[in-house]
Design a protein around this ligand. Structure first.
Ligand SMILES: Cc1cc2nc3c(=O)[nH]c(=O)nc-3n(C[C@H](O)[C@H](O)[C@H](O)COP(=O)(O)O)c2cc1C
Length: 176
């Protein structure tokens, strides 16, 4: 799919997925798009757990029960670590949030480009300590934490992007 068409077609899909497995080559291609994202100091602080096992997926869906999590053939879990550049003159803050957001957006676009649909679930995975429960379930090591989960697959319903504000509402030339 052409790049700008992919960007325009990308939308959060929260409905049920078809009971159709995703070939491993497609999963690798999608996750690799995330690995190619930029990261502060190229620290590459985001890693991913690919959850295909039906039992594990079922447990994830119990923690986050939605039509998408209950039916997705694959659930990706983005995991962050915090790394600060201690070199002299370097910015002394971590970029893990920016790093994982860039990686996840690449993945969302790759999902669409490959003809699938999915949703970036972040707010929901942080509520009520669900992220810690997911970390326990997936044996996420100390020092790394769960940021978002991305159920994806073949959609069974139309994928519709929410309306975006106009260019004029969000962009100014030169200054506000
Ligand atoms: C940081 C972030 C957190 C999000 N968390 C959730 C979430 O927990 N659950 C959910 O259903 N969608 C979540 N979304 C998807 C947004 O709700 C969605 O992108 C937004 O409503 C715009 O719709 P669109 O993606 O179709 O353009 C999240 C998106 C982002 C970028």
């Amino acid at each position: 799919m052409e790049f700008f068409e992919t960007v325009e077609k990308r939308a959060s899909y929260r409905n049920a997925f078809a009971a159709q497995e995703i070939p491993e080559a497609d999963i690798r291609k999608i996750v690799t798009a995330g690995l190619h994202a930029p990261s502060g100091y190229n620290f590459q602080t985001t890693s991913f757990v690919v959850v295909r096992d039906p039992e594990l997926r079922g447990k994830l869906a119990e923690l986050l029960p939605t039509p998408a999590t209950k039916t997705a053939p694959v659930i990706l879990v983005a995991v962050s670590e915090q790394k600060i550049n201690r070199a002299q003159g370097a910015a002394s803050f971590a970029f893990d949030t920016q790093d994982y957001a860039a990686a996840v957006e690449n993945i969302m676009l790759a999902i669409v480009a490959m003809g699938y649909a999915g949703v970036w679930m972040d707010g929901m995975s942080r509520m009520n300590d669900v992220d810690s429960e997911i970390a326990k379930l997936l044996s996420v090591p100390d020092g790394k934490w769960v940021r978002s989960i991305i159920p994806f697959g073949v959609p069974t319903k139309e994928v519709v992007q929410k309306e975006k504000k106009s260019f004029e509402e969000r962009v100014v030339w030169e200054h506000f």
